[in-house]
Design a protein around this ligand. Structure first.
Ligand code: BDR
Ligand code: CA
Length: 324
């Protein structure tokens, strides 16, 4: 059985898997602001097709002064079925709210799964993985290298909902629901996983004042992020009841780097529903051991984040305002 998931920190080599995506773009910028040792990025279809996500990632990394980070295009289709077109109604047609960044760089040869396996071998035992898109690339990497869990220090996933409602169905969160088969493979693998789901990410918000502060910044990056956020706010404002947005991927990144330390994160058994019924894509966390006196659950391996300190929007803003 794998060791308990480690606490977040910035010093270790980090592989990011993402579907860039407006909140993915915020997370990427935040990782650079936090001086995370980003050694590679893979894209996956989710918010948009994997190739477009890689384009956005490359362009943003160049603006962030990190054009040195290798970016690989990952899986276009989920393990079962085909990519269904993403979420242009949330993230805009190009995934970053229609904002046109200066085009910079090209993806490296090979797939994201191959890049992840190569980096895991190069940084055996120390590589950390942060996944903020569907888990297809991670599942494919496990197929390529069955010993991957022993090479990777830990995995932090933005995905799922333990007690909160879903966001693409009554129970499914998008990153899990867009490839439940891959999520099941990744959660079943013997590596320490921390899951940062809708329980906490829907409560982590940027308000209009945060967006306006980014728009008024000197740096080109904060201003580009503020422009992207206009589209993201349009989607979230009616849902949240005021001009604001949820900070899914940045919160997961902050947990991975230790910028945010969860205040409630039990280690419990966690399964994904990959059946074809109404529960498809649900993450089922067995939280019974939270009752005093309930026997510990066998198979508890996943750290499920259920609470974080208030005020993450302020923390993220301060971080992003340091960017060029
Ligand atoms: C997740 O789905 C995507 O739309 C976001 O980028 C985030 O990773 C939230 O459910
Ligand atoms: Ca994402």
């Amino acid at each position: 059985m794998s060791a308990a998931p480690s606490q977040g920190r910035v010093g270790d080599p980090l592989y990011l898997d993402c579907d860039t995506g407006i909140d993915d773009a915020l997370a990427l910028a935040q990782l650079v602001a936090a001086r995370a040792d980003l050694v590679g990025v893979g894209s996956v279809s989710g918010n948009l097709a994997a190739a477009g996500g890689a384009r956005n990632t490359l362009d943003l990394l160049a603006m962030l002064g990190r054009a040195d980070v290798p970016v690989a295009v990952g899986a276009h289709d989920p393990l079962v079925g085909s990519f269904r077109g993403g979420a242009p109604f949330v993230h805009g047609e190009n995934g970053i709210g229609g904002v046109r960044l200066p085009r910079a760089g090209e993806p490296v040869a090979g797939s994201a799964a191959e890049l992840l396996v190569r980096l895991a071998r190069e940084h055996a035992g120390s590589l950390r993985v942060l996944a903020v898109g569907p888990l297809t690339n991670l599942a494919l990497a496990l197929r390529l290298e069955p010993d991957l869990p022993s090479l990777v220090q830990d995995v932090v996933v933005m995905g799922g909902a333990a007690l909160a409602p879903g966001n693409i169905s009554a129970v499914a969160e998008a990153n899990i629901g867009n490839d439940p088969e891959a999520a099941a493979v990744v959660l079943d693998a013997d590596w320490p996983v921390t899951v940062v789901g809708l329980d906490v990410t829907m409560r982590a918000r940027f308000e209009d004042e945060h967006r306006r502060a980014l728009a008024a910044a000197d740096g080109a990056v904060p201003r580009a992020l503020a422009a992207m956020l206009e589209v993201y706010f349009e989607y979230y404002t009616p849902i949240l009841g005021r001009p604001s947005c949820a900070l899914h991927d940045p919160l997961a990144a902050a947990v991975a780097t230790g910028q945010v330390v969860p205040t409630l994160a039990p280690v419990v058994p966690l399964e994904v529903d990959s059946t074809d019924g109404p529960g498809r894509g649900q993450t089922i966390a067995d939280l019974r051991s939270r009752f005093v006196g309930h026997p510990a659950q066998p198979g508890a391996r996943h750290r499920v984040v259920l609470d974080v300190p208030d005020g993450f929007g302020d923390v993220l803003l301060a971080s992003l305002l340091t960017l060029p």
